[in-house]
Structures are given as C-alpha cells and as structure tokens.
Design a protein around this ligand. Structure first.
Ligand code: KIV
Length: 270
C-alpha cells in the first residue's frame, strides 16, 4: 500500500496519482489488481449501486457496509471513504463520533468531506489523528443548491476557490479533490498547494485523476458527464444474460459439461 507520504512524493516528483471509486469486494479486487494508487468509496454509490437519484439519501451505515467490503477486496490499497450527507455539520461532538466510526470500522486510510465550510471539522479530525481529504468545486451533496454544473466560472468564484483550497490545506486536509472546475484554475491550485490535488472534470494539469468505476466501465450508467471517458464496456454483460435466458428457455443449459453425471438413483432405489 502506498502511504500518504509516498502519495505526496508522487506530486513532488511530478508523477500522476490515480484514483477510482469502488463499492464492493469484486470491484475493489479489480482496482487493486490494476495497481491504481487510491480507492475512493464514494457516496456516488447512492446512484451507481443503490439506484438513488443523488448522493443525499446515502447513510453512514451504507458507507460502512460498502467500505468494509472494499477493504476486504483491496487490503493493499490506500482507501478513502466518503462522509455522507447529514453526517457532518450537525454539532462538533456528533460530527466527530461519526468520523471516528467511519474511519475505525472501515479500516480506511482517510475520510473525505465535501465543502469549504468544514475547516474546523478538518482540524478536529486531524487532532484526533483522522486524515481528511477535502472535496471542493462541484460538491454533489449540495446538488439541490449548485446543480450538476461547472463551478468557479467567474473571477470572484475562482478567487474564492483558491482561498478555500488554501484554507482546507491550512486546516490539515491531506489531499484535495476538485470537481468540475476550469482546468487553468485547477492547475493553478494544484501548483500552489503542497498537498496532492486530484481532479474529476478539472483537466490534466493537476496531480491526479479520479473517475467513478461505473462511468469508466459503462456499467449500468444512464448519464455520462462531459469529463467521463469510457475505458471499457461492462454493458456486454446484458448480452451474456440474454444468452443465458435463451439457453434456459431452449433446454440447452445446463449441458453435460455443467452437470454432475454420477448415477446415484439406481443405488437409492435398491
Ligand atoms: O462520490 C464520489 O464518487 C466522488 C467522486 C466524484 C470524486 O466524490
């Protein structure tokens, strides 16, 4: 497993950092086998595997359930687990209890929290020894306010994002995820910050990239954002399922090759 300092060294050496989401044991095994640097157990699991229309419905119990499976599938990968909507911003004690629970029960390496308003939370977690990855730009948990669209598209918002990025680093964030922002702004932030900056829809001039597993593999996705590149096609599974269905209906499956042929009934009826 790459440690945080090894991941930071990649930034220092101008080597790119790869991150991808995973939500269960088999996807985590695949990501680890592909030698990806970081797994994000994203609350995007609300849409990709639970069928909700946003991340807002995802619970702490959902995150823990999926992150534990991911850890079993990828014991040697740096794992970051999302703090879901409503699990932070209540009060300091509640927020920290949930942070400890998420970190401890999932055996993750860090937690990730959305929003620039969480500097005190990042500090409190850091004081307890919990590494926090900050997530700025488009923060899907605030979809009801910001929608799914590019952020920081004017001068004031761009300056604010730079300020926020400094603030979360200053508070102790160990990494920053930047989503859906202009690429020149993202590069500038990445250059200015000491911590690794990982982008999704933030161009290639930053320290690393993250994509959602289901998006990059076309696995049950209905909508593809501009910044998603499809690297594989798991929709071929539908053809396999159709063939299975046809073979069952046509009395073709199972064939002898998939059948235990030992004759036992003669012995039973003796
Ligand atoms: O939940 C998630 O998958 C994320 C990525 C989009 C960065 O936060």
């Amino acid at each position: 497993m790459k440690t945080l300092s090894q991941l930071s060294a990649l930034k220092d050496n101008k080597e790119k950092i790869s991150m991808v989401t995973a939500y269960d044991y088999p996807s985590a095994k695949q990501v680890e086998a592909a030698d990806i640097d970081i797994i994000l157990v994203g609350d995007s699991l609300g849409m990709t595997v639970l069928g909700y229309d946003s991340t807002v419905q995802v619970t702490v119990a959902d995150m823990i359930h999926h992150a534990k499976a991911v850890r079993r599938g990828a014991p040697k990968t740096y794992v970051v687990v999302d703090v879901p909507f409503g699990a932070v911003g209540v009060n300091d004690q509640y927020d920290l209890e949930i942070a400890v629970k998420l970190y401890k029960e999932t055996d993750a390496n860090a937690i990730k929290a959305e929003g620039a308003h969480l500097t005190q939370y990042i500090k409190n977690c850091a004081n307890l020894g919990i590494p926090v990855v900050s997530h700025l730009g488009l923060t899907p948990q605030s979809v009801g306010i910001m929608g799914y669209k590019m952020q920081a598209g004017n001068k004031e918002a761009a300056l604010q994002l730079i300020e926020d990025a400094y603030a979360v680093q200053q508070a102790g964030a160990v990494m920053l995820v930047l989503e859906a922002v202009p690429s020149d702004l993202a590069s500038e932030i990445s250059d200015r910050l000491d911590i690794p900056v990982i982008g999704i829809g933030a161009g290639k001039g930053i320290d690393g990239q993250v994509l959602v597993y289901h998006d990059l593999l076309n696995y049950g996705v209905e909508h593809k954002a501009k910044f998603v590149k499809q690297f594989g096609d798991f929709s071929v599974g539908i053809d396999a399922l159709k063939q299975y269905n046809n073979e069952v209906k046509a009395h073709q499956f199972p064939s002898d090759a998939h059948t235990y042929k030992k004759q036992i009934m003669n012995e039973v009826s003796e």
